[in-house]
Design a protein around this ligand. Sequence first.
Ligand code: NDP
Length: 277
Amino acid sequence: MLLKGKPAADAIIAGLASRGLPKLRLAVFHPVGDASAESYLKAKEKALARLDFAIDVVTVGRDTGADAFFALLDKANRDPGIHGIMIELPLPGGIPAHEVNLRIDPAKDVDGVSYHNQGLLYATREEKLVPCTALGAVLLLEHYQIPVAGRRALIVGRSNIVGMPLFKLLLNRDATVTVAHSRTPHLAKLVGGHDIVAVATGRPGLVRSVDVADGAAVVDIGINVGPDGCLCGDFAPKDEKESERIHYSPVPGGAGVVTNAVMLRNLAECYHIQQGR
Ligand code: NDP
């Protein structure tokens, strides 16, 4: 089966639409001149428009220094008209990511990067503000009723924004989870021994469908621009017929679409947290 993102995203958005939310506003800190960030920004704008939510784009130039950046972040933290904040990468070299994680208001932290929200995720079983992509991967599996409890799950990639939170989310759902990375030997063999494979490396075609066991599910989180200029993932299906033998999410049109729906869900979650404080 092809695990298309749109039906899963539509279900999340329909749930939010029925909740009668006010017009929420997301501030996106956007690095100018980065091609991937440009396409991520467009996708965010499109998703926000579906619920008539607003966006404030805070441009971060290559020469923006740490003081100027954190002054803008503090302003967004304080502004009661802004309900959520997302920081797109890459940030200019002089802006330390760990300082961002410390300074962003945890109640406006749409992508769950603050140490407060990371602590809640890893130290408890609460899933309040969890990185959008990781939660999106799990909701995609849930939407297609792919069983997780008791299954062997392999995550390829261990970043703080995807692989690591996905590890905890799958563990919360009682999978037996393995995390692979660039120093993991014999990846192909490892892939073949798992029921669920989630790949987030930024390496086109790293996981080959010939290595995937019959009936297994692959969530392809990678978004890469191929040599032909087209988007491709980290998973390479042998041919279209592979969707009869295994389950996999396509790129584009798979996990990325769900990420943006989860962004809306997390923005609504931020609003509720702010209402309660
Ligand atoms: P990072 O560069 O932060 O992390 C990449 C991870 O992949 C690292 O843990 C790295 O290992 C691992 N890796 C690299 N090469 C190999 C290899 N040959 N074998 C096994 N593991 C390898 O990337 P992100 O997590 O931020 O993003 C990963 C991908 O997901 C990208 O394509 C990105 O565009 C995409 N993405 C998609 C999103 C969406 O909305 N769908 C959102 C965010 C990201 P090591 O730690 O050892 O270096």
